[in-house]
Design a binder for this molecule. Structure first.
Ligand code: PAN
Ligand code: ZN
Length: 186
């Protein structure tokens, strides 16, 4: 294949010209947030976009790297900040690199033993997601959280494990500040 060149734009934050744009609205995220009633209110009030990703069409085969841009908008569902669905990679031996470009947030990581880590995301840091760690980004700021990411193209995405067992922490607003709160349960 030929080399690919992408261009980042800032207002609005986008990756172009040939990236595939995927949009996740509140109605796509039922079951994700703890406050289901507040989510339905948002759906009825116009179903805002929670996040979008832009990814060039790079083959999902071994040897390739896929990269893209996530734009995670500011907002809350009840007290819970807007966040991505979160996933393990299907091939657990694959890692990922996150490079925040704009905004503030956190990356919640959890391994299959249930160990959790929370890493700050803001311009000036790079976060390495090691093999075997599920990851979910959370926008704790008041502007879009924009980050670049790159991962092995054959990683695959496992959303089911996270949907079934969940992350052990949630990130909630408390007096306007983010608070990492353990999830009750077994
Ligand atoms: C990221 C995420 C992206 C959207 O590109 O896929 O931020 O999050 P969800 O996939 O959890 O909806 C990544 O980690 N890719 O592997
Ligand atoms: Zn990933």
């Amino acid at each position: 294949m030929d080399p690919i060149r992408s261009e980042l734009t800032w207002e609005p934050a986008q990756l172009g010209p040939d990236a595939v744009r995927t949009i996740r609205r509140t109605s796509d995220l039922r079951g994700l947030f703890v406050d289901a009633a507040s989510l339905e209110e948002l759906v009825r009030a116009g179903d805002p976009v929670v996040y979008e990703t832009y990814e060039p069409s790079i083959p999902e085969g071994p040897g390739h790297l896929r990269y893209g841009l996530t734009v995670l908008y500011p907002g809350h569902v009840g007290r819970e900040y807007f966040m991505t669905r979160g996933h393990f990679h299907l091939r657990r031996e694959t890692a990922e690199v996150y490079v925040p470009l704009r905004g503030r947030g956190v990356l919640v990581l959890q391994d299959e033993l249930g160990r959790c880590r929370v890493e700050d995301l803001h311009p000036g840091v790079v976060v390495y997601v090691p093999p075997g760690w599920a990851h979910r980004s959370v926008n704790t700021g008041s502007e879009p959280l924009v980050f670049f990411y790159v991962y092995p193209a054959d990683a695959g995405h496992d959303y089911e494990t996270v949907a079934r067992s969940g992350f052990r922490v949630r990130v909630l607003a408390q007096d306007g500040h983010p608070q990492v709160v353990p999830v009750e349960g077994p």
